[in-house]
Design a protein around this ligand. Sequence first.
Ligand code: FAD
Length: 356
Amino acid sequence: MDKAVVVIAESEHGELTLASLECVEEGREVADRLDAKVQAILCGSGVTPLAETLAAHGADRVTVVEHEALAQFSADGWLQALAPVLLQAHPALLLAPDSGPARAWLPRLAVRWRLPLVGCCMRISIVGDGYPEVIRHTYGGACQERLVWPYATLICAMLTPGVRGIDAPRHGRAAEVAVVRPELDPARFRDRTLRTLPADPRTVPLSEAERIVSGGFGTGGPDGMALIKQLADQIGAALGGTRVAADRGWLAAERFIGSTGQIVAPKLYMAFGVSGAGQHLSGITGSETVIAVNSDRTAPMLKRADLGIVGDLHQILPILLSKLRALAVTDASSNSGEPAAPTDSSVVHRTLEMTP
Ligand SMILES: Cc1cc2nc3c(=O)[nH]c(=O)nc-3n(C[C@H](O)[C@H](O)[C@H](O)COP(=O)(O)OP(=O)(O)OC[C@H]3O[C@@H](n4cnc5c(N)ncnc54)[C@H](O)[C@@H]3O)c2cc1C
């Protein structure tokens, strides 16, 4: 049997999580170094069509574990369904996203199999004669540590979402797909998820936020940050900022972004009064579209931005807010019964065409 780097993928609302795709791509690199295959294992109900996406990101084999009882997460259910499949896969390395579900069920597997389980991983590689090496953040991101297991036959590494980012998919890349239908007894699941609620952008962990509005020292204080927060609420974004803003108490400490803070990978990142220091930029490398407002045209943040606006945020933000509110009212009256808040970032792009 071929050596396999086994990736445990997860889906949410019918889509693979980005963290799962990051794991597949990380697994691909490790597998190439080991001359091994990447086997992705996906668990759920009606998730077989997602196998194609796993292949496009580097999986050679996809094992789909399908059962109605797996439609919602259950740590007991995942363990019952996945343990036998994993045993058969004979993994050389196990990789999973460092996610809520993985944190709930994987430690149980690790205890059962006496397996080193390591979370908060940023990079996984192979050194020497094939020993797994992990770089992980520790002490709340203040330090990084390097771990090597020269004697372990198998480790399970959980990759922090948003650190690696994903490459463009290679559509048409084929994988061998097998569907397993386990016999499960849901009556014996001691935990059950009843339903999954859409995340509240105000409280969602920054690493999972699709849109983030950030404020830095240039906001000038709590009043400036309050304007940033209004914008975040208006476009359904999470509030973030720089370490300087957090150190001054304008922002909760767990919401600053950067090498010693949160690593984020939103679809839209908006930065107001943020200079773009290296320590901050290293936390936003996975962002898709970056918009920055800064009064200093030489600020590094403007160089990183897809759309940079040179100007005073105290002038720009009130105009932007009033235009967005006007748009929300128009949208609400033209789609009565529909939510008034914009549901994608196109509204932001349209509005930014204005000149303050
Ligand atoms: C070991 C170490 C680790 C660190 N880790 C992190 C980290 O994880 N995350 C992090 O963010 N920082 C981190 N830092 C701090 C980092 O080096 C920078 O000091 C910090 O990111 C700067 O924050 P800032 O952009 O808010 O402030 P500043 O650098 O002071 O920038 C403020 C910006 O606002 C602009 N501005 C001012 N007024 C206005 C206005 N009215 N309108 C528009 N723009 C305006 C200015 O032109 C300027 O570019 C770390 C530092 C060290 C030493």
